[in-house]
Design a binder for this molecule. Structure first.
Ligand SMILES: [Zn+2]
Length: 65
């Protein structure tokens, strides 16, 4: 089971609706839940830090109970 979790290469910018590109490089053993991935919007140049969810879409360290 190598390769870790797939993450989106491009997301939609929350601010302007533009395309935000992944600028983080994956670790050697792939992304794992709880890793931080960084995107930058090509339109407004905002930076977005997201946490990699697990395979069920849950963010391990979120506390929304
Ligand atoms: Zn933007």
């Amino acid at each position: 089971m190598a390769g870790g979790i797939e993450v989106e290469q491009v997301i939609t910018c929350i601010d302007c609706g533009g395309r935000a590109h992944l600028i983080s490089y994956p670790p050697e053993d792939g992304w794992q839940p709880g890793d931080l991935v960084v995107y930058r919007c090509e339109d407004c140049l905002d930076r977005w830090d997201l946490v990699v969810p697990d395979e069920e879409g849950n963010v391990p360290d979120s506390d929304d109970s």
